[in-house]
Unconditional design. Structure first.
Length: 309
């Protein structure tokens, strides 16, 4: 679909269809499904699945079909949820620098097609998860419901708890991975859920601090917009402090993991406390955001590495 704004610009009319190549279409599609979010969540999904196989004494190669349906299904429901998020938020995305170039804002993709794409992806993803266990599919749908309805349509536009509520959907991927192998209760998927749930507020609040004026312009009541940087920084530190005891519930992963996780937690807490002395709040927020990304990657990769037989 050509960008009508380009088509209306005089002598560029004949060039526009050539400029909108297959490569551009693919790029727009990846932007709509938020491929970065899909990839990062697949890391946590795989970790949950890997740990379930490890603790249940099941071989990875013997269960490749479960691995495939779990990752395929998770990727599709996450991509579908992100597509629905793009469809719903197109009325405010144009106000923010970070989102104003989305295909749903520029007109490069028809909003109705994005809506149906989201529904299609969620449906196929759910069917794929049903090929593993019913529990995994239900948890996947809980994540979709939380992200699309409770976060995107309601809390994001109405109250400062939007970050906390949105954290529920971001915390379910490792639980999907685990329950695709084992549907019975186990402390490990609970701890994985809590790790992801508690990690998200300081991660996204750091981003909100960096983009405060954009959120203000869009009328989104993020915590730093409504209550300022001081309260936001204190809440971020509290959330990070809550991560400290969680690695000890994964003691069965071994001392090396416990040491790595504890050092990561202490490092993040130290950086958070340093923010009360730093004069440049935005610089501190940038460091907190970068640290949070590395924290998550190192922590979940470490879980896999320490359980390789």
């Amino acid at each position: 679909m050509a960008d009508t704004r380009v088509l209306n610009e005089g002598d560029t009319t004949m060039q526009a269809p050539q400029q909108y190549t297959h490569s551009t279409v693919w790029k727009d599609l990846l932007a709509v499904v938020k491929i970065g979010i899909v990839n990062s969540n697949l890391i946590t999904t795989f970790t949950g699945l890997w740990l379930a196989l490890h603790f249940m004494g099941k071989g990875f190669l013997d269960n490749l079909h479960i691995v495939f349906f779990t990752l395929f299904g998770s990727a599709f429901i996450i991509a579908g949820s992100c597509s629905l998020n793009n469809y719903i938020d197109r009325d405010i995305d144009y106000l923010m620098e970070r989102t104003k170039s989305r295909p749903t804002v520029t007109g490069r993709m028809d909003p109705k097609r994005v809506l149906w794409l989201g529904i299609f992806l969620v449906t196929i993803g759910t069917l794929s998860l049903l090929m593993t266990t019913l529990t995994a599919a239900i948890i996947g749908l809980i994540g979709v419901f939380t992200y699309v309805f409770l976060y995107t349509m309601w809390s994001k536009r109405n109250n400062t708890l939007n970050t906390v509520i949105g954290s529920i959907s971001g915390a379910v991927p490792p639980v999907i991975g685990w329950t695709a192998v084992d549907s019975s209760f186990h402390v490990v998927p609970l701890v994985l859920f809590l790790l992801m749930f508690i990690w998200q507020p300081p991660h996204f609040l750091a981003l909100a601090m960096k983009r405060t004026e954009e959120y203000r312009a869009a009328g989104i009541p993020m915590l730093p917009v409504v209550h300022g940087f001081g309260i936001t920084k204190r809440q971020m530190v509290v959330w990070v402090a809550c991560l400290l005891p969680l690695p000890f519930y994964l003691f069965s992963l071994g001392i090396p993991f416990l040491v790595i996780a504890t050092l990561l937690n202490i490092g993040w807490l130290a950086l958070g406390l340093a923010g009360f002395k730093m004069k440049d709040d935005l610089k501190w927020a940038k460091w907190m955001f970068i640290y949070s990304l590395n924290y998550l990657t190192i922590l979940f990769v470490a879980m896999v590495i320490v359980t390789i037989d």
